[in-house]
Design a binder for this molecule. Structure first.
Ligand SMILES: Nc1nc2c(ncn2[C@@H]2O[C@H](COP(=O)(O)OP(=O)(O)OP(=O)(O)O)[C@@H](O)[C@H]2O)c(=O)[nH]1
Ligand SMILES: [Mg+2]
Length: 466
């Protein structure tokens, strides 16, 4: 039976990443204020973790400790002037009632007051720091509160981290359960390990922490499935798009291409925004969140021939289609793509300029309905980019401050880069071009989205193992 929430204080030297840790654990990129200046957090601030609407964990961010050496000296002075033998918590309480707690050690007093009320504390340390007297004194003071302490080696992913030195120093202080963590690039199972270690210190609360771990895993899976469905919906909609070209001249072609480009761009952006909110990133935080986006957008247009080239996809369904209609757009006449109709393709080669001079007459002679649609290469780029975003969102903490550099390689989502059957089906169903809300109740489209979500999910699980 889980009754009341666990109270955990996050304490440590200033600038070690305490607030960043809270951002990561609560998945809230807006929690508190983070900066590389010391002394950023000035007050205790609470954050709650809920499961099924019930608060399981209350985490308290605290100001960084700065004056540990002098504070320990004061505590020792106070202890010496007192005859009776006091335990640690009584000594801390006595300090909190004394004048220096309201004055010189005001920040430290806030931390200790909160710690006395807590079930346990994370002691966040910067693993790149050498172990100094100030750290030892800090730990000595925190230990006086009589609350289990779990040291957390932050910045553990940094090559400059001194993990062994820290482990030895902490063991010397009787602290053997330690967690490595990196709030900016947390290991995928980082949070599970953190709560498991905490459970080893708080045995009576093991059920509660297990529930948190389990809920975490379930939420992550549900989020992944919802993300795959969003991407599938984007791909089905875009694959089905067709732009009718009525009069067959260069101007009308150009207009059609432009319209199609605009629609695809808007749909991709809407998908990016839905994915970000699913992973609880706010659009204006994306810049600082180490994602492969700039201002919440992909930097390169999906139709940029350079992007298609660097991502290693063929430009256009064929030389002719690419040249006549712009990169990534395929011209179809009478249901036949011009890329496939090699003979006609050869006539059209040379691009829009050539088309203006010589092509219009030839094009006019082609019979059947003429329309533009996006090429397979664009669908591959769209699929890869959104999956790349999901991988980045899964792997980055909410505390990241620098953008990750994208690999610019096409993620091998589908075997041999062949588009799945559901996308081919969408090609033949122009009515599926409307987005999900507009085509509500179209079972064929809904089935295609579900099937494609599974294909994407399979592709993603191979990528995650790499
Ligand atoms: N690379 C890396 N940077 C981190 C990590 N954790 C925190 N940072 C950075 O370290 C700086 C300090 O982080 P904060 O979360 O503000 O630290 P704090 O302990 O709350 O600081 P105070 O409130 O001043 O005591 C920020 O620039 C963070 O982006 C980490 O694990 N890895
Ligand atoms: Mg802080």
């Amino acid at each position: 039976m889980i009754s009341k929430p666990l109270h955990i204080t996050v304490a440590g030297h200033t600038n070690t990443g305490k607030t960043s840790l809270l951002r990561t654990l609560t998945r809230d990129a807006r929690f508190g204020e983070v900066s590389d200046r010391p002394g950023t957090t000035r007050h205790v601030e609470a954050a709650r973790l809920l499961v099924d609407g019930k608060v399981l964990l209350e985490l308290y961010d605290t100001p960084g400790i700065e004056e540990s050496i002098d504070l320990l000296a004061l505590l020792e002075e106070q202890a010496a002037s007192n005859d009776s033998r006091e335990d640690g918590p009584s000594r801390i309480r006595r300090f909190l009632d004394s004048a220096p707690a309201k004055d010189r050690f005001e920040q430290e007093a806030k931390v200790l007051r909160q710690l006395l009320r807590s079930d346990a504390a994370f002691y966040v340390l910067d693993a790149r720091d050498p172990v100094l007297a100030k750290h030892r004194d800090e730990l000595e003071i925190l230990r006086l509160c009589g609350v289990p302490l779990l040291p957390l080696l932050n910045f553990s992913a940094d090559p400059a981290a001194r993990e062994t030195v820290w482990r030895e120093a902490l063991a010397g202080l009787g602290l053997h359960a330690i967690v490595r963590f990196d709030t900016v690039a947390p290991a995928e199972d980082g949070e599970r390990l953190l709560y498991e270690k905490l459970a080893s210190l708080l045995d009576p609360h093991r059920d509660l922490l297990n529930k948190l771990i389990q809920n975490h895993a379930e939420e992550a899976r549900l989020r992944q499935l919802a993300a795959m469905e969003q991407i599938a919906d984007l791909l089905i909609g875009v694959a089905a798009l067709r732009e009718r070209v009525s009069t067959m001249n260069a101007d009308s072609l150009e207009k059609g291409v432009e319209l199609l480009n605009r629609t695809v761009r808007a749909r991709e952006q809407a998908c990016v925004e839905r994915l970000l909110s699913l992973y609880r990133f706010y659009p204006d935080d994306v810049e600082t969140a180490a994602l492969p986006l700039v201002d919440g957008r992909w930097q390169m247009d999906a139709f940029d021939p350079l992007l298609l080239q660097t991502m290693g996809v063929r430009v256009g369904g064929g030389a002719a289609a690419g040249a006549a209609a712009g990169a990534g757009i395929d011209l179809m006449v009478g249901g036949l793509t011009l890329g496939a109709a090699a003979a006609i393709g050869a006539l059209l080669g040379g691009g829009l300029q050539t088309l203006r001079h010589y092509g219009s007459g030839l094009l006019g002679k082609l019979t059947g309905e003429k329309s533009l649609r996006v090429d397979d290469s664009i669908l591959l780029v769209l699929a890869s980019r959104q999956c790349e975003l999901i991988l980045a969102l899964e792997r980055r903490g909410h505390a990241a401050q620098q953008r990750a550099v994208s690999s610019r390689e096409l993620l091998p989502l589908f075997p041999e880069n062949v588009l799945p059957a559901a996308i081919r089906l969408a090609r033949a169903n122009p009515s599926w071009a409307q987005d999900k809300s507009a085509s509500f109740g179209d079972e064929g489209r809904e089935d295609a989205v579900v099937t494609l979500s599974h294909d994407l999910d399979t592709g993603m699980s191979t990528l995650r193992q790499r």
